[in-house]
Every structure is written in structure tokens, then in C-alpha cells.
Design a protein around this ligand. Sequence first.
Ligand SMILES: NC(=O)c1ccc[n+]([C@@H]2O[C@H](COP(=O)([O-])OP(=O)(O)OC[C@H]3O[C@@H](n4cnc5c(N)ncnc54)[C@H](O)[C@@H]3O)[C@@H](O)[C@H]2O)c1
Ligand SMILES: CC(C)CCC[C@@H](C)[C@H]1CC[C@H]2C3=C(CC[C@]12C)[C@@]1(C)CC[C@H](O)[C@@H](C(=O)O)[C@@H]1CC3
Length: 346
Amino acid sequence: MATHLRSVGKKCTVIGGSGFLGQHMVEQLLEKGYMVNVFDIQKRFENDRVQFFLGDLCDKEALLPALQGVSVAFHCASPAPSSDNRELFYKVNFMGTKAVIEACKEAGVQKLVLTSSASVVFEGTDIKNGSEDLPYAKNPIDYYTETKILQEKEVLSANDPCNNFFTTAIRPHGIFGPRDPQLVPILIQAAKSGKMKFIIGDGKNLVDFTYVENVVHGHILAAENLQKDSPLCGKAFHITNDEPVPFWAFMSRILTGLNYDPPKYHIPYWLAYYLALFLSLVLWLLSPLVTIKPTFTLMRVALAGTFHYYSCERAKRDMGYKPVVSLDEAIDRTLQSYPHLRQAKA
Ligand SMILES: NC(=O)c1ccc[n+]([C@@H]2O[C@H](COP(=O)([O-])OP(=O)(O)OC[C@H]3O[C@@H](n4cnc5c(N)ncnc54)[C@H](O)[C@@H]3O)[C@@H](O)[C@H]2O)c1
Ligand SMILES: CC(C)CCC[C@@H](C)[C@H]1CC[C@H]2C3=C(CC[C@]12C)[C@@]1(C)CC[C@H](O)[C@@H](C(=O)O)[C@@H]1CC3
């Protein structure tokens, strides 16, 4: 109730509001009484209560109309990690984020909440209950992560209380839920083509998978607690389900829930890693002739074979965060939302 009263009459803009996370953000913000603008390069849904602004976030002039009269901007736009396009990541995540910051300041937006990623500290080695104090990855595992680091640094250093401009970053990890175009669809595609037979490593590595509604909840709490002298100013926060789970148990639960066999043969982590490295070299050599998107990338193998779970104590302490949907419930809801990916029983 208190949250609802505080949010009445608030106007916000969701940059990237047509995306997976963005659409869920829009739905919950509307439910909480916010007036919502969406700025995105594409329009992917219809809603009379939302004002759409189509454009590229790299263009400050295009952003300005979407930010007029707005007190909070949520920036959750990014090229898809699978696009593997170095120039595009740099242009949108780094240069584009600079344009977002400039446009927010020019339009008089007071709060900017960035969707960063817990992967900004991940280098392919184990992280157990990692806090936000871990250093940024010195050797980020892919271009996407490299530019998420640049982006987060840019947003956090733009925090400027003297000019009434406050910034914060949310670092989710492994977002999943209805309409996710990435995790479940890629997994099922791999299963359909017979590539999900192997468990990389011993299968005991714990990781975070975070239900999209919890991620949205974290963003809204961040916006509502971001103000002068608050501990959120210029800081990053992990938002997770706070229930780390073995990577392969989670994958198996999704696969069996959609009637696919779970992987059962183990291959050593080092073997999968060198195979993915060899594959990426071959694809790089072939790249002038043909473009192939491999299922097993170095990033995916590293994520599948190591521990990577994070503490969300800082978010609990500074913004009163607590997951609103448990992992069990989240998996059930997600499975129910993909009837078209379910394999008919033989
Ligand atoms: N999905 C995950 O597991 C995950 C985990 C951690 C962090 N994140 C971050 O969360 C955010 C949202 O991710 P998502 O999974 O919803 O991705 P998504 O691809 O579904 O949505 C991204 C949106 O950004 C828009 N966009 C891309 N380039 C743009 C541009 N130049 N101008 C305007 N709009 C543009 C796209 O059209 C799309 O609607 C991203 O910043 C991503 O880095 C995602
Ligand atoms: C070995 C396979 C074929 C497993 C297939 C599942 C993968 C497609 C997903 C498992 C973990 C996912 C993940 C991401 C993408 C999809 C997976 C690799 C991210 C890299 C997407 C971008 C986010 O910023 C990352 C984050 O920090 O949360 C994701 C990490 C997990």
C-alpha cells in the first residue's frame, strides 16, 4: 500500500521497454500506478496506457521527447548477448548510454536506474556468494560483458547530487520467465538437435537464476529508494532469487518439464572449454566466408561449468529487497508459459 501511494502520479520511461525484461517492467509499473513511456528501437506490443517512442537510444535528440516530464528513467536496452557484434555492443551499450545520461540531464529526469549484469565481475572462474565489492572483470569473457562494464561505470559515475541527478545500477543474473527469448528457447533448441546429452563438469556447481518478476521488483524498489543521501546513489546492487541452484539441476528441471530427456553423461570442464575454444577459432577463421552461431560458446561453457552465485544482502539492507516469487513457483510459471516448446509425449 505504501509503495502504491508513493508511486501515484509518477511518470517514468522504460528505455528498452519492448524487450523481455522491459515488457515485464512496464506491466508492473502500470500495476503500481505509474504513467509509463516506452522508448525502443522496435514496438513489440500494444497497450493503450503506454506512450511509445520509437528510436535509437544512441540519438540524444530522439530520446528527449520520451523523457519530458519524467522523474525516473529505467535503462534496460541492449543488443542481445548472442549477437556477438563488437561494434554494435560498443555503440549501443557504451556510446548510447552516454547519450541516455545526457538526455536525462537535459530533460530534467532526476533518477536513472540502469539494468547492468552480475556478469560484469565474471571471468570464467568460480564466484561463490560474490558481493558487489568484487572488482570488475579484467578479462571479460565476451564483448557483451566488456561493454556492460563500461556502461555501468558510466552510469554510476554520472551520479550528481548537487544537480539533483541520482543514478544506480541493478545487476541481475540469469533472468528467466515467460516470454524470455534466450534461456529456455536456446536450451530447447539445443535439446531438439541432440546437443543436451552432456553435463559439463561434475554437475554440482551452484548458480543464480532469477525470476523476471523479482528483477522488476528490485528495479522499482531501487527507483523508489534512490534519493539525495541514500546509500543507493552511484552504487550497484545484485538482485537474485537468493536461492542458488546447481546449474544442471535447473537445466534438467526445465528440460523434463517440457518433456525432453535431461543430460546424463559427464564431460570434464576443461575438455568442454577447449572444445569451445577450438570451435571459436575455427569459426573465426571461417568468418570471412560464412557466419555460424554456435550453441557452445566459451561464455556458455564457462557459465555451465563454474559456480556463479551472488549475495543480495546489500539490496536487502539498502532497499528492503526480498524475492517475491520463489524459485519453485517461478519454474512452474515459466514452464506453463511455453506450451509451444513442449514436446508431445511419445
Ligand atoms: N536476460 C538476462 O538474463 C539478463 C541478465 C542480466 C542483465 N540483463 C540485462 O537486462 C537488460 C534487458 O535484457 P533483456 O533480456 O530484456 O533483453 P531484450 O533483448 O529482450 O531487450 C532489449 C531491448 O532493447 C532494445 N534495444 C536494443 N538496442 C536498442 C537501441 N539502439 N535503441 C533502443 N532500443 C534498443 C531492443 O529492441 C529490445 O527491446 C539488458 O540491459 C541486459 O544486458 C539481462
Ligand atoms: C550449455 C548450453 C547449451 C546451455 C544453454 C542455456 C544457456 C543458453 C543459458 C544458461 C545461462 C544463461 C545466461 C545468459 C544467456 C543464456 C544462458 C547462457 C546470460 C549470459 C545472458 C546475459 C546476462 O547478462 C547474463 C547474466 O549475467 O545474467 C546471463 C547469464 C546466464
